[in-house]
Ligand binder design. Sequence first.
Ligand code: ARG
Length: 433
Amino acid sequence: MAKKLWGGRFGKKTDPLVEKFTRSIQYDYKLAEYDLLGSIAHVQVLRKSRYLTPSEAKTLTKGLEAILSSVKKGTFKPDHACEDIHTDIQNKLASRAGALAMKLHTARSRNDQVVFAVKLYSKAALKTLIGDISKLSAVISALAAKNKNIIMPGFTHMQHAQPVYLKKYLGAYLEMLKRDAERLKHVSENIKPTLGAGALAGTPISAKFYAGYATSNSLDAVSDRDFVLDILGALSITGMHLSRLAEDLIIWATKEFGFVEIDEAFCTGSSLMPQKKNADFLELVRGYTGRLYGNLMSVLATMKGLPLTYNRDMQLDKEPLFSSFEIVSAELKIFQGLVKSLEFNKERIAAQLKDEALYATDLLYYLVRKGEPFASAHAIVGKIVKYSLDNGVLIKNMTQDQLKKFSSKIKKGEIKKLFDPKVSVESKKSVKR
Ligand code: ARG
């Protein structure tokens, strides 16, 4: 069994099942880089406060930096017999720096250490994720520009509503991603890594030696996981947005819609039905949204009613946090390729635009412009639509006599041009362009 960071007061060995149950190295090894950065900063605090001589600080820093470079090179091998990554790194330092390594843990606790490492990890992961969001946004913008002339039916309640530009539809996702990036940036700016809380009460080292990392309340510093919840909440919202994009594409790729073709590279087949080309990636994007919400709920439930300060329960914040970062980051990356390869079927989309229902609102506005009050114009057009459906006659083919029965204000010659997608979308002027 690997050497522990504690044990002096224990006369017995830990029950092997308890040892296994309480261990976190199998996932917190991901914090190695950030735990090392925390230790390197801590060595400086110890040097400035004269708990370490300059030469001791140098030796420890060199040892920590060597371990850090093994992490960066990918040659770092976590020792799975250790309780956690903090213990593992301490032991690895001991094998490089010998007895001097015993001084590293001066005025420090893992309670403090772990939250510092998770905060650094989170800031780095958020930065990467925000970069991935902007890459996906660039791909969506390019797709919108490439298809800038396509007009499609817009939907409410999944029913034909009014024509809209495809670029505007895609633009709605750009707005969501923009908010996501802002939200994540804000979350990151709010994360303040601190040192010097010790186990909970603070340490004998003056706050001035902790430089920018000094904490204003050491109890809160070791027991706060709000930042984890902020991240999980923000990632849940991003995942929800991606699931809506996924769902739109799933629907558009059905044979019934046929609006878009999803590249084979992003689909899978059926082991039984040879013809199948299924958009499983998109379905999993939908599915994983449940996992993202679950991760948030899991940490919220873990934190509920926990007495101050640190409790071991809080160790369970890491798997949900890592999981949500991994899910959203993979989705953002895969979506880039998928979106780039999307091919829209202009003819299939145009065929849907023949549905006169899409222009009923334009006819309503026409009557309003002619002086008809909005509410009565709404009723008139409703009756015209019903007449058209009941008698199988298109509104644009109705005679002046037929139209006159609904309103004396309608001029057949004038309304003909309303049933045109371009005229319809261009008549919407309320939106800044
Ligand atoms: N691995 C723990 C965590 O992730 C830190 C260890 C603190 N353990 C302790 N017994 N105080 O929260």
